[in-house]
Ligand binder design. Structure first.
Ligand code: BES
Ligand code: MN
Ligand code: ZN
Length: 488
């Protein structure tokens, strides 16, 4: 999607979009549009769309009115309405046959940030993964390629440049998540990151299996040992802040496919487990956003990449592994593998980078979806300030979080009679015992939050700025969290 800012309107404009605030049509509209909108009960609600055809200067033009909601709303509430207006335009015209859309912001009252919000909604909603669709009918193909913004408020172009970096990050996450597991496996995940971060100023560090063996990462390696695909640990370093400031660390679960291992999952629906690297995808995309907008902060993204397969070499239920921390784990269920990957990634992150705080993201438990559905990610934290900062950032951008409890009584449920802990608890509170497991690997009370995003990375219906499929959840959340807390 090419987005350009010009004035006046290009002569070829055939499709022109105006924003309409709630109960407030833009000024100087033709009567047919005013009456038509009223007849269609168009109110300017967020995401509502009305279109009509009018004659201007002897030419028939297609006019879209995109509802942006309350024009008096401010801040993130206003941005939400504006994003939805942009998203509605993308959804309507992406495959419409129209190639160009002129977005006329005159009379809309939006400022530079508001203009960027419309464009962010438009661009994110227009994303699709068409790489493997070779037989698309014309009416299925993307046609809308250019958006020209006219009568934009001053500063809109700069505001968009900043938002476009975030869009790039969200799109990268979606790409990684949407790709099937024969295309994205640990090594190819690393390669895609190497391509994307080339020349950006970020530094990538990759650990292969011998390197991880040397470090004693028996938990992570145990998960990957049944796969033909070798495991990897990847760190993406961006030191855009003050030299010497401890970095913030984001850590992602990157199980590129989760069959369950010897504790094999049932066949139906197993295909969903191609997106069991959604946490790693969110970390990689968030890092790309932060790097592309040159965030003034020190941030490290670490992803543990493995494929969980059943095999003659696979680990067995009951096996005991030693993690990098030295703690031993009885692997009672090989399908509770995400925590085994994360625990070594967490230990390495702390030993290597001494971060000021850690946020991990993982599609960790099916139980999380039972608890919160697809509306909120679950958040577990040992620090109230961190939890509040994350919840606030998430609410602002629409990547919502809901805090869940931790506690000693839950922790007890993963004690093992033969080792330091087991990797599963009882059926109840499955998301909480998973979080308690991770908490055992946090050293020196480092502020830490675990985001269980199992219900958020994939959608079976369109949402605020996404179609069904990969949502890119987490990228905007982490980006906003850094803006709010480090100002960078
Ligand atoms: N990747 C799954 C969790 C998951 C399930 C995410 C469905 C998204 C949709 C995870 O590795 C897993 O299998 N967890 C088990 C844990 C159990 C064995 C304690 C689960 O949730 O059933
Ligand atoms: Mn699993
Ligand atoms: Zn998993």
């Amino acid at each position: 999607m090419q987005i350009t800012f010009t004035d006046p309107a290009p002569a070829y404009a055939r499709l022109i979009a105006h924003l309409a605030n709630k109960d407030d049509l833009p000024p100087r509209l033709e009567r047919s549009l005013v009456d038509g909108a009223a007849a269609a009960r168009f109110k300017g609600n967020p995401g509502q769309l009305f279109e009509g055809f009018v004659e201007r200067d002897g030419q028939v033009v297609r006019i879209a009115l995109a509802g942006a909601g309350d024009g008096d709303a401010t801040g993130d509430n206003r941005a939400e309405g504006l994003e939805k207006a942009g998203a509605a335009l993308a959804a309507k015209y992406l495959t419409s046959g129209e190639t160009d859309l002129v977005l006329d912001l005159s009379g809309s009252g939006v400022d530079a940030k508001g203009a960027a919000a419309v464009l962010l909604g438009l661009r994110l909603r227009a994303w699709r993964h068409d790489a493997y669709r070779t037989r698309m009918k014309d009416e299925q193909k993307k046609t809308l390629g250019n958006v020209t913004v006219i009568n934009s408020p001053s500063g809109a172009e700069a505001a968009w440049a900043d938002a476009a970096a975030v869009a790039e990050g969200v799109e990268f996450t979606r790409e990684l998540v949407a790709e099937p597991a024969n295309k994205i496996y640990p090594v190819s995940f690393v390669e895609r990151c190497q391509q994307r971060f080339e020349g950006t100023g970020a530094e990538l560090v990759v650990l292969d299996e011998p390197a991880m063996e040397m470090l004693g990462m028996g938990a992570l390696l145990g998960v990957g040992q049944g796969s033909e695909q070798p495991s990897r640990l990847l760190a993406i370093k961006w030191m855009g802040g003050n030299a010497g400031d401890a970095p913030v660390a984001f850590v992602g679960k990157g199980v590129t496919f989760d069959t369950g291992g010897i504790s094999l999952k049932p066949g139906p629906g197993m295909w969903d487990m191609k997106w069991d690297m959604g946490g790693a995808g969110a970390v990689a995309g968030a890092m790309l956003a932060l790097v592309k907008r040159k965030a003034k902060a020190n941030i490290i993204g670490v992803v543990g990449l493995v494929e969980n397969m059943p095999d003659g070499k696979a680990q067995r239920p009951g096996d005991i592994v030693t993690s990098m921390s030295g703690q031993t784990i009885e692997v009672l269920n090989t399908d509770a593998e995400g925590r085994l990957v994360l625990c070594d990634a967490l230990t390495w992150t702390q030993r290597e980078f001494s971060p000021s705080l850690i946020v991990d993201l993982a599609t960790l438990t099916g139980a999380m979806i039972i608890s919160l559905g697809h509306e909120h990610g679950g958040m577990f934290a040992n620090d109230d300030d961190l939890a509040n900062d994350l919840a606030e950032a998430g609410a602002s951008v629409g990547d919502k979080l809901w805090r869940m409890p931790l506690g000693a009584a839950y922790d007890k449920l993963i004690d093992s009679p033969i080792s330091d802990m087991k990797n599963i608890g009882p059926r109840e509170a499955g998301s909480i015992t998973a979080a308690q497991f991770l908490k055992r690997f946090i050293e020196n009370d480092t502020p830490w939050a675990h985001l269980d995003i199992a219900g958020m990375v994939w959608a079976d219906k369109p949402g605020r700025t996404w179609d069904k499929g990969a949502t890119g959840y987490g990228v905007r959340l982490l980006d906003r969290f850094i803006r709010n807390t480090l100002g960078g």
